[in-house]
Design a protein around this ligand. Structure first.
Ligand code: GDP
Ligand code: MG
Length: 437
């Protein structure tokens, strides 16, 4: 599994580090991504759709934004679309809210029920748990064991063989004891003599319980089987959420995408260990990085996209790089607290004029106030700024003439550098060498 991760990672890095990106390079990148996603268990149809979209979007060409940047962004955007752009929000609308947990035996259902109970208890909800698994010996014991010391009531029976009876008895007891819980979590059997019986039993349970939410528990390593299983369970009870267990293993959980696509459910949590505290909210961004095997993907994308100002990029790509562009870009960078990070990330930034690397946020602000005192003509063509204009601008901005001259000088240097760069998109030639480590 490890090698898959590094394959994608290498493909992306290789692509990012290319001096100039051709159509063929995009094709090759997409092929590598396809191969890697398939190996990570992402379903074929989704992989195809994904790669077609990436290809066509990358062809689109936004002036001033390099193919490389566009490709990295698109790959990421499309991946998060597959996964779901936002973490699932679980509504708790009724009291008590009954949540039913379904899934094949051995995937971690019972453990997950205990984890979710613990999770919501810690958030301040009052939680009860019911074990209706009459198939697995000691299922009830297992749940009690997991939740001992947690002050979470667990209901079930060692003798009763009818899950509906177990459930109705539990409800009666909850009422008699005046527990008044916010949440009732119901664990179910994941295996039966045969599938038909399991499905029938589940159907009856669903009818009786009328759960507010159905959680499908899936083992991260099951791959393509996720689709048929999700389909089968979804027929019995509309699956609202998916929980991926054993994400602490080497499995990338790509199969979950199949389950998501056939059920329209959202992945809510991931299990990351055997302890009841080993449950995390599902974060699509993190899942994508994991799938691609690029832990730093998130920060690369974030930085690249934050520095892209499409309007400005368009203007600049038309051949202009005005003093206004220069100063505004600098200030944009400081605004997003990116200056030093971007400089660090881009070894190519050593091509920046030496002094520019020492530009501080304060200086960028001063320059902004100076530019604001320039008239339109001067902003468009600073070569017309002679000494009397310098004096006027200095006075208008409340800065010294020396500072105005310094700005003009720095701008000229940067402009020269910018001209030398191919595929230029702004002050920072991100084209170069992101991720070369
Ligand atoms: P069920 O049959 O679906 O109810 O599955 P269980 O809850 O009994 O879990 C089966 C096995 O998987 C147990 O040994 C659990 O400790 C283990 N397990 C469950 N979730 C996780 C997880 O997120 N990570 C790891 N490493 N093990 C897990
Ligand atoms: Mg179980």
């Amino acid at each position: 599994m490890e090698s898959i991760a590094s394959t994608i990672s290498n493909a992306l890095r290789k692509f990012i580090n290319k001096a100039y990106v051709e159509e063929e390079d995009v094709q090759e990148l997409v092929r590598e991504l396809q191969r890697a996603l398939l190996k990570a268990d992402v379903p074929v149809d989704l992989v195809l759709k994904f790669s077609e979209t990436v290809k066509s979007k990358v062809k689109q060409k936004i002036p001033g934004i390099s193919t490389r940047e566009l490709a990295v962004n698109t790959v990421y955007e499309e991946l998060t679309k597959l996964i779901g752009e936002n973490p699932a929000e679980i509504k708790i609308a009724t009291k008590p809210s009954k949540w039913l947990f379904v899934g094949i035996q051995g995937y971690g259902k019972t453990t997950t029920v205990a984890k979710v109970a613990y999770y919501y208890k810690k958030l301040g909800y009052s939680v009860c748990v019911v074990c209706t698994d009459t198939y697995r010996p000691a299922a009830f014991d297992q749940l009690k064991q997991l939740l001992k010391d947690q002050d979470i009531p667990v209901f079930g029976s060692e003798f009763e063989k009818n899950p509906i009876k177990i459930f109705t008895n539990a409800m009666k007891e909850i009422e008699e004891k005046n527990l008044n819980p916010d949440l009732i979590l119901i664990d179910t059997a994941g295996r039966h003599k045969d599938e038909e019986n399991l499905i029938r039993e589940l159907q009856e349970l669903v009818r009786e319980i009328n759960p507010e939410a159905v959680f499908l528990v899936l083992d991260a390593s099951i791959g393509q089987r996720a689709r048929t299983q999700a389909e089968a369970f979804n027929k019995v009870a509309k699956v609202g959420y998916i929980i991926l267990t054993k994400m602490d293993s080497s499995a990338k959980g790509g199969g979950a995408l199949a389950a998501v696509s056939v059920t329209n459910a959202k992945v809510a949590f991931v299990g990351t260990g055997e302890k009841i505290s080993d449950l995390e909210k599902f974060v699509p961004i993190e899942y994508a990085s994991n799938l691609l095997g690029m832990p730093d993907l998130k920060s690369i994308i974030k930085k690249v996209s934050e520095t892209i100002n499409i309007d400005r990029a368009k203007q600049i790509s038309s051949g202009k790089f005005t003093i206004e562009d220069f100063v505004f870009q600098l200030n944009d960078l400081f605004k997003s607290d990116l200056y030093s990070t971007v400089l660090k990330m881009i070894p190519g930034a050593d091509k920046l004029p030496r002094n520019l690397k020492e530009v501080t946020e304060e200086k960028a602000k001063i320059w902004l106030s100076i530019v604001n005192s320039m008239n339109k003509e001067e902003r468009q063509d600073s070569s017309i700024i002679n000494s009397s204009r310098i004096r006027r601008i200095a006075r208008g901005s409340g800065r010294s003439e020396k500072e105005v001259k310094e700005l003009l000088e720095q701008y000229e240097k940067s402009k020269k550098m910018v001209k030398r760069m191919r595929g230029y998109r702004g002050l920072f030639p991100i084209d170069k060498e992101i991720g070369r480590s």
